[in-house]
Ligand binder design. Structure first.
Ligand code: AMP
Length: 110
């Protein structure tokens, strides 16, 4: 069965898609926690950060994040977040990066 994010990628359910390339699709988070909150997801259904293949090419998400951040005008910086598992706050089991920006980010995160 497809993940929620694959359904967005395949336009089976609505998504505010802002970017896509051969490996990555990005759309606005449905419950944003910052002025810019975009989810970048791999087209491949990888369960999460801990399931990334050992010898895979992992630069696609970071490259896409850089492009999208520029498109969104995040000249003062931004934060990238990957959640893994229950304690990490992961709710969707499909590898994704949160791109957060448009306000200063606090540390430590909640
Ligand atoms: P995580 O908690 O790291 O697994 O992140 C999942 C994110 O997906 C959350 O920030 C949700 O708000 C977001 N999300 C859930 N459903 C949708 C949807 N239909 N469209 C866009 N974002 C969603």
């Amino acid at each position: 069965m497809s993940t929620l994010f694959t359904k967005i990628i395949n336009r089976e359910i609505p998504g505010d898609i802002v970017y896509e390339d051969e490996h990555v699709v990005a759309f606005r988070d449905i419950a944003p926690v910052a002025p810019v909150h975009i989810i970048l997801v791999t087209r491949t259904e990888i369960e999460g950060p801990a399931s990334v293949p050992e010898h895979g090419d992992h630069t696609h998400l970071l490259n896409a994040a850089k492009i999208i951040a520029e498109q969104q005008g995040l000249v003062n910086g931004y934060r990238l977040v990957l959640n893994q598992g229950e304690d990490g706050g992961q709710t969707v089991s499909h590898l994704h990066v949160h791109l957060l920006g448009g306000r200063p980010m606090g540390w430590p995160p909640g």
